[in-house]
Design a protein around this ligand. Structure first.
Ligand SMILES: *Cc1c(COP(=O)(O)O)cnc(C)c1O
Length: 398
């Protein structure tokens, strides 16, 4: 068949460039030690930053949620799928991140990907004369949301507030939307949010902050990037995801109540999909308790200590450690093939670190992306540091 042949040729092209991706079947809960094919591995690739993905209290709450609400929601939120559990979660989320917003309300989504599609399409519906200003290293879901919004989409250079300022100045759009990751998912650095917000307030633009990697980990209370930078503004539209540090799944948008009402009425990725199982929302109430309580404080402190240990311990000459102060700690190797060989060499030693290639990162910057979690011990992190230091020495001489 000609059609299948063309797909096969496409796949062959990926194989030749070392760009074929594969999935591994994990047989145990998400944790530092997982089993794959019966073999135990020390894993540094999940986004379970606080180690809550298999937490007994959250698991018990999930069971309770199933007892209370069954397994499925049965319909979209605007038909009959909106459960009391969803409503309770939204209230708690609005309360939790509310100190950084004005007249806050929150809206729960099945995934962060959908939340981002909803925010960008939803903010664009009110005004035909909309322009979106998107940071160069933004997550794919923000890029796709910008496309789906069917407006002019401009990309500003990474972390470059001056360039953004000039672009906003030149814009004649009446509805301007600036959108950025707070923590860049493949680099681990933070967006200059205070400078970006000052620009947005000056130019009358929305600032959409995707805090997928900051919610739960950043800020004294784990409220995320807005708390970390002490920002507060009616221009802020905050997206937090709940499948990473929160250990369950889904996402939420928090913003001024008028923005949230607009999304409920107009955002197609919210309207035309079945509501997530209410048991997830019920479990997330316990996750929020943990994140905001003493245990959350302890877990964040431990995670920060591991990040410091990593920064002190890595002795790389050729490969590059990026200047990240978050749980995302990439080591840039460069070429796809060498990067995947190094990931395979670590895997042989029983250490699982993801190799990241284009198009996820720019060509020539393939990297190992280690993510640290509060569930790792200092010994776990030492083992990874030693393995990487050794590996580079053995590949490139002393
Ligand atoms: C993971 C991620 C998302 C998507 O969230 P999901 O809940 O996994 O769909 C969005 N933005 C960023 C920056 C992410 O890292």
């Amino acid at each position: 068949m000609e059609l299948l042949n063309r797909l096969e040729q496409q796949l062959d092209g990926l194989r030749e460039k070392s760009l074929i991706r594969r999935r591994r079947n994990v047989e145990t809960p998400c944790a530092p030690r997982v089993k794959v094919n019966g073999r135990e591995l020390l894993a540094f690739c999940s986004n379970d930053y606080l180690g809550l993905a298999a937490h007994p209290r959250i698991a018990a709450a999930m069971h309770e949620g199933v007892e209370l609400y069954g397994t499925g929601s049965g319909a979209s939120h605007l038909i009959s799928g909106h459960s009391r559990a969803h409503a309770q979660l939204e209230e708690r989320l609005a309360e939790f991140v509310g100190p950084n917003l004005i007249d806050p309300r929150a809206l729960y989504f099945c995934t962060g990907y959908m939340a981002n599609l909803a925010v960008l399409t939803g903010l664009a519906v009110a005004d035909k004369n909309t322009e979106i200003f998107s940071e160069a290293l933004n997550h794919a879901s923000l890029i796709d949301g910008g496309r789906l919004a069917r407006t002019t989409l401009k990309v500003y250079p990474h972390a470059d507030a001056a360039a953004l300022d000039a672009m906003l100045e030149a814009s004649t759009a009446t509805n301007k939307i600036v959108v950025t990751d707070s923590v860049f998912s493949m680099d681990g650095d933070l967006a200059p949010l205070p400078a970006l917000l000052a620009l947005c307030e000056r130019h009358g633009a929305w600032l959409v902050v995707d805090d997928a990697h900051g919610f739960g980990t950043l800020g004294r209370n784990g409220r995320g990037a807005l708390e970390h930078f002490a920002l507060k503004s009616p221009y802020l539209v905050y997206v937090g995801t709940l499948g990473k540090a929160a250990g369950v799944g889904g996402a939420f948008v928090a913003a001024h109540s008028t923005v949230i009402e607009t999304l409920i009425q107009r955002a197609r990725p919210y309207i035309f999909t079945t509501a997530a199982p209410p048991a997830l929302a019920h479990a997330l109430l316990t996750s929020l308790d943990i994140i905001s309580g003493d245990e959350g404080h302890e877990r964040r402190a431990h995670l920060n200590a591991l990040v410091a240990q990593w920064q002190d311990g890595l002795r790389l000459k050729r490969w590059q450690r990026l200047p990240s102060s978050t749980a995302i700690q990439p080591v840039v190797i460069g070429e796809n093939e060498e990067t995947m060989k190094m990931a395979a060499a670590l895997y042989e030693q029983g250490i699982w670190v993801g190799g990241i290639r284009p198009p996820t990162v720019p060509a020539g910057t393939a990297r190992l992306r280690a993510t640290l979690s509060a569930s790792h011990t200092a010994q776990d992190v030492a083992q990874l540091i030693n393995a990487l230091n050794e590996l580079e020495r053995s590949c490139h001489g002393a």
